[in-house]
Write a protein that binds this ligand. Structure first.
Ligand code: F6P
Length: 325
């Protein structure tokens, strides 16, 4: 069997570990593994190379992706789809393993299916927003990195009391990342795109926290859109706000143990499933277990961040926003 590993869209901590585990399992069974250089954009230029576990060994514990990724939507063009088929045929590729987030697994996996290219998807994104999967590769590491950075903020916040610290985290148009981080950090408030929020009440919670605990802490997802409006509103309520953006450093976090284990579980299940002849499907986490589902995630319902957690962090009932996808 000759399998091509493709990393598409935003990289995620743990992807390198998954590339390693897949390649190692395949090598042990005499199967061949190739890697796409620059995802589908690179593949159209025949940018692929053989992979070995020895080559991947040094990057197992590193964030990012050993295989360069791309966000270029090249497969939207029918002529590129035909070119891709030609490349795969010329290199005698039997099947693909596709690593990516919601966009990659909902759109690209469906295109590959329509081209009758055998492909298994592995949800890999710090956003944790892939339909049908309770967890995605990289989420735990991004949360862990955020907690370390927030610990730094807490130290300086305690030292100069009376202020509020607003922390913007990644997450795309979703709030899974912000909510988990806020809850675990014991933040006084969290703002995410999926649920409505009342700026006046958030300001009051931050003021109370600044009085009681020396400082207030609010986490918000980049997906809420106008973050400046939010911080200006906090200032207008008399709060001394200091803002920080965790940004892409979160995505480049070193993979924590949980992500490395998930990487191994997902990669090995993908390998054995392909070995048994599967041609389509996705490896997902459901009810705490890594499973294989014979479908692309495009057909699965979208998830929402846990409402009860949102209510607990903010101390108020949450109402769905109209623009919730
Ligand atoms: O991969 C997901 C993600 O990290 C989102 O959290 C974020 O909004 C986006 O990618 C950033 O993308 P880019 O690296 O293209 O700026």
């Amino acid at each position: 069997m000759r399998t091509l590993l493709v990393v598409s869209g935003g990289d995620a901590p743990g992807v390198n570990a998954a590339l390693y585990h897949y390649t190692r399992a395949a090598a042990l069974n005499g199967d061949e593994v190739f890697g796409a250089i620059g995802a589908f954009e690179g593949l159209l230029q025949e940018q692929l190379k053989p992979l070995s576990p020895q080559e991947l060994d040094p990057v197992v514990g590193q964030g990012g992706s050993y295989l360069p990724s791309s966000r270029e939507p090249v497969l939207k063009e029918a002529s590129n789809c035909e070119r891709l088929k030609g490349v795969l045929e010329r290199h005698c590729i039997d099947n693909l393993v596709l690593f990516g987030g919601d966009g990659t697994l909902s759109n690209l996996a469906a295109i590959l299916q329509s081209l009758n290219i055998a492909c298994l998807g592995i949800p890999a994104t710090i956003d944790n927003d892939v339909p049908g999967s309770e967890l995605t590769l990289g989420f735990a590491s991004a949360c862990s990195m955020a907690q370390q950075m927030i610990d730094g903020l807490r130290a300086t916040a305690r030292a100069l009391p009376g202020r509020a610290f607003a922390v913007e985290v990644l997450g795309g148009h979703t709030g899974f990342l912000a909510l988990d981080i806020a809850y675990a950090a014991g933040a006084d408030a969290v703002l995410i795109p999926e649920y409505a929020y009342d700026l006046g009440r958030i300001a009051k919670r931050l003021q109370d926290a600044a009085r009681t605990y020396r400082y207030g802490l609010v986490i918000y997802s980049e997906g809420i859109g106008d973050s400046q409006r939010f911080t200006q509103a906090m200032h207008a309520h008399g709060l001394h706000v200091r803002s920080s953006k965790l940004g892409h450093a979160q995505r480049g976090a070193p993979p924590v143990h949980q992500d490395r284990k998930l990487a191994a579980d997902m990669a090995l299940l993908a390998y054995h499933t392909l070995q048994q002849g599967a041609r389509q499907g996705t490896v997902l986490v459901q009810q705490g277990k890594v499973r294989f589902l014979r479908t692309t995630v495009a057909t699965l319902p979208r998830r929402l961040p846990e409402r009860s957690l949102y209510e607990r962090v903010n101390g108020l009932p949450a109402a769905p926003r109209e623009n919730t996808r």
